[in-house]
Design a protein around this ligand. Structure first.
Ligand code: ADP
Ligand code: MG
Length: 261
């Protein structure tokens, strides 16, 4: 894939990035049995930052996001969000997941609910919002992702791109402070990738804090403030998109990126 310099700066220089670290990972390791998947990872995200994580299949990208979202428990190490430990006795998982939303490759919509109900379920059951208010909010976010005409449809009636846009609206309806995306366009037919990336681009522009695992190199290059390359369970290299895509230092980064040229 050609990495044109066109509009590289489209989203750069956004006013949103602040200096405060909202998510901090220190010495994170994760094993599945004897299989070491993450090795002593240090990683942090600042408010308003868009971090893209790239790397080959099996390098541990999903496991790291799943540890952040507490879908996996770290074998060792610390994850804190706004200074508070993720996991442990004083941890409120459902409140945390409202603040730190996740969008999956496989959408994970509730198939027995309509599009509107999908976007109301969390606000009503987790945030205890009144139904009328949750509905107004859901409609607002569905409109934002261009899915307002489909509020009464079931997920099975939608294309992959439409499902993913509903999944993003559902996450937004929780008023998250940060969104994690795990290869949100990898399960989509090529013609639907653009509509989902356009929604994500818009969120980045509006200052949403985002961690995005992706194989869309053009997106990472244009939209991220920082790009992280993972390889064999470690962060092999991290830097501005210019540093990673134009002047990668690690031979493994160079080798990985050469596949996209
Ligand atoms: P990536 O997202 O970069 O493709 P993953 O984090 O999904 O990588 O996987 C990293 C490694 O961890 C792979 O070898 C994978 O097989 C292994 N792995 C992931 N989840 C599990 C699990 N629940 N049980 C055992 N092994 C797992
Ligand atoms: Mg993965």
């Amino acid at each position: 894939m050609a990495l044109s310099a066109k509009s590289v700066d489209a989203v750069k220089g956004r006013a949103g990035v602040k200096t405060d670290t909202v998510l901090r990972i220190e010495h994170l390791s994760k094993n599945f049995g004897s299989h070491i998947v993450l090795r002593d990872i240090d990683f942090s995200v600042r408010s308003g930052e868009v971090v893209c994580i790239i790397g080959a299949s099996g390098s541990g990208k999903s496991t790291m996001l799943r540890c952040i979202n507490h879908l996996e428990t770290p074998t060792s190490g610390e994850i804190t969000y706004e200074g508070k430990a993720v996991g442990g006795v004083h941890f409120d998982l459902s409140q945390y997941r409202a603040k730190v939303g996740m969008v999956f490759q496989s959408f994970n919509l509730f198939n027995n609910m309509t599009v509107l109900q999908n976007c109301m379920a969390g606000p009503v059951h987790v945030l205890h919002k009144k139904k009328a208010e949750a509905k107004q909010d859901a409609l607002f976010y569905l409109k934002k992702v261009g899915m307002a005409p489909y509020i009464n449809a079931r997920p099975s009636q939608l294309s992959g791109g439409q499902k993913q846009r509903v999944a993003i609206a559902r996450a937004l309806a929780m008023h998250p402070k940060m969104l994690l995306f795990d290869e949100p366009t990898s399960a989509l037919d090529p013609q639907m990738v653009g509509e989902v990336l356009a929604v994500m681009r818009q969120l980045a522009k509006e200052g949403m804090t985002m961690v995005v695992v992706t194989h869309e190199m053009q997106f990472a290059r244009e939209v991220s403030n920082r790009t992280v390359f993972m390889c064999d369970g470690v962060i092999a290299e991290s830097g501005t998109p210019e540093q990673i895509f134009e002047h990668p230092q690690n031979p493994k980064t160079q080798q990985f990126l050469s596949r996209f040229q």
